[in-house]
Each structure stands twice: as structure tokens, then as C-alpha cells.
Design a protein around this ligand. Structure first.
Ligand SMILES: NC(=O)c1ccc[n+]([C@@H]2O[C@H](COP(=O)([O-])OP(=O)(O)OC[C@H]3O[C@@H](n4cnc5c(N)ncnc54)[C@H](OP(=O)(O)O)[C@@H]3O)[C@@H](O)[C@H]2O)c1
Length: 267
């Protein structure tokens, strides 16, 4: 029998997961749910089965993604708790710890994951952690399915909030940088589209360079800096700005917000 995956709450991230599974040629059945059926039509056209019935979707699937907002997770989990007994459930909800899920549905096996919106182009970084009942066979399935969305890595649960603040929200920060670079291109006379393409590809290429060469970013910076050249002029300006501290503070703030939301949710 074909494996079947349900995505409960196919909004921004759930919808991206559905699209990524379909695009990657995942050979199982993909079922997507949300309350507004009309907003599922696009996924239906791409090949997903769509429904507003969470219980039916969970019952008919082997693996269940929960992609609703953290505040909706408890309600949805209670609704499908019978249907997910003995099944693998992968949540993308920020801040919610594994023990929270386990308390509501002790017979399901849970994975807490944190992808990012680059799932849409199968370039996400997804960190995940598993509850103790996840089996080695589940581990294989998790890796296989999360790998269709980009790079995935198992981490200790204590790192999940920091990961949420760094790579979960990261596309937001990097978009600001790309936008700023695009405007910088306009400032020095580039046409808008050329400026945007060259900014975005420069971010993408630098990321790949660091990942593939495994070099420290400082080494890449050194490689592009000629004595008395143009790059050092720009780097001199950047080093006099607060750019490094601004990014560190931004991630620190986001992580702090995760802890605050978690406190509220659990207590
Ligand atoms: N956005 C990101 O970049 C990102 C990245 C990593 C993780 N996350 C996490 O992923 C989760 C979803 O975030 P999001 O940005 O994708 O939010 P979103 O776009 O609002 O998606 C959540 C979806 O859940 C649906 N929903 C709500 N109640 C439901 C119910 N009872 N049954 C079925 N569907 C229901 C909503 O659709 P209806 O109103 O039509 O039901 C909505 O489309 C969050 O927990 C977030 O922490 C998000």
C-alpha cells in the first residue's frame, strides 16, 4: 500500500510542505486540510487530496503533519488524538515542547520540527527532535520526508527555540538584507530587476560557498578583499556600522519571544 501523509493546517508553511512533497515526486498520497476549503483548491490542482475533515485525514494517513499556529495546536491535537494513536506526527509549531503533545496524545510518536519558508523551493533548513518512542524505522521515514524539503538535521530539543529564532525566522532577516542590497544597486544606478537578481543570487551563492567549502565566513571575506581595492572600501563602512550587533540582537529578541510564548502556553 502507498504511504500517505496528511498535512493538517495547510496555510503558509503547511501549504509549502504539501507543494514540496508533490514537487519532489514523493510517491505517497498527500492529504491537505484547513477550515476554508476554497483556499485548498490550488493544492488540489497540484495533486493533493483536500478536505476540511481533520479526523478523516489523520485516520487515512500514516504520517501526520500538524502545521497550525501554536495557539490552535492543542485543539487540533485533541480533535485527532484517537486517529493518531500509534502514528508518527510531525509538528512545525514554534515553541511547543514535545511533552505538551505527548500529554494530549500519549500513544502517538511525536517529532517537533522547525523548517523555514524555503521549503517552497526545497532549500529549507529543518531542525527536528524526536520523543523517546520514535523508532529507528520512523527515523528513516522522518529523514526521507524532511529531506524532500531541503537540508534537515536532528538536534537536542533544548536548541529548538534558538533554531526558531535563527533559521525559522531567518528568511525574514535575509529578505531585509537582500532588499537593502537591491536598493544599494539602485543607488549606484542599476536597473531594478538586475539589482534584485544580483543581490539575491549573491546571498544564495555565498551561502552555498560556505556550506560546500566548509570555510569560515571570515575566510570568504578575506578571499574577496584586495589590498587598496573596492571591497575593502565597503567593508570599512560596514565595520563602522552596527550590522553585526543588529543581527545578533534580532535573533536574541526572537529567541526571547519564543521562551515567553512557551511559558504562556505551558502555564
Ligand atoms: N510561516 C513560517 O515561515 C513558519 C516557519 C516555521 C514554522 N512555522 C510554524 O508553522 C505553523 C503554521 O504557521 P503558518 O505561518 O503556516 O500559519 P498559517 O499560514 O496561519 O497556517 C495555519 C493554517 O492552519 C489552518 N487552521 C487553523 N485552525 C485549523 C483547524 N482547526 N483545522 C485545520 N486547519 C486549521 C488555517 O487555515 P483556516 O483558517 O482555513 O483553517 C491556516 O491556514 C505555526 O505553528 C508556526 O509556528 C511557520
Amino acid at each position: 500500500m502507498r504511504e500517505s501523509v496528511a498535512v493538517i493546517g495547510a496555510g503558509v508553511i503547511g501549504g509549502a510542505i504539501v507543494k514540496s512533497l508533490l514537487k519532489s515526486g514523493y510517491n505517497g498520497k498527500v492529504v491537505a486540510t484547513r477550515r476554508d476549503i476554497e483556499k485548498l483548491r490550488e493544492l488540489e490542482k497540484l495533486g493533493a487530496t483536500v478536505t476540511t475533515d481533520n479526523r478523516k485525514a489523520a485516520k487515512e494517513s500514516d504520517i501526520v503533519f500538524i502545521c497550525v499556529k501554536p495557539n490552535d495546536a492543542e485543539k487540533v491535537l485533541e480533535e485527532i488524538s484517537k486517529e493518531i494513536e500509534g502514528k508518527l506526527v510531525i509538528s512545525t509549531a514554534a515553541t511547543i515542547p514535545l511533552m505538551f503533545y505527548k500529554k494530549i496524545a500519549p500513544k502517538a510518536r511525536f517529532v517537533r520540527s522547525m523548517p523555514n519558508i524555503a521549503v517552497l523551493v526545497q532549500e529549507a533548513f529543518t531542525a527536528y527532535c524526536c520523543d523517546e518512542s520514535v523508532t529507528p524505522d520512523d527515523e528513516k521515514k522522518i529523514k526521507k520526508i524532511l529531506s524532500t524539503m531541503g537540508i534537515c538535521e536532528e538536534v537536542e530539543e533544548k536548541y529548538m527555540d534558538a533554531i526558531t529564532a535563527l533559521s525559522g525566522s531567518g528568511p525574514g532577516y535575509i529578505s531585509i538584507i537582500i532588499e537593502a542590497l537591491m536598493y544599494a544597486g539602485l543607488k549606484v544606478g542599476l536597473p531594478r530587476n538586475l539589482s534584485l537578481r544580483s543581490s539575491a543570487q549573491t546571498v544564495l551563492g555565498t551561502g552555498r560557498l560556505i556550506l560546500e567549502t566548509r570555510e569560515h565566513p571570515a575566510k570568504i571575506k578575506d578571499m574577496v578583499t584586495t589590498p587598496g581595492g573596492t571591497t575593502i572600501e565597503a567593508i570599512y563602512e560596514l565595520e563602522g556600522s552596527q550590522i553585526r550587533q543588529a543581527l545578533m540582537k534580532a535573533v536574541e529578541k526572537a529567541a526571547k519571544k519564543c521562551y515567553e510564548l512557551q511559558e504562556k502556553l505551558i502555564n
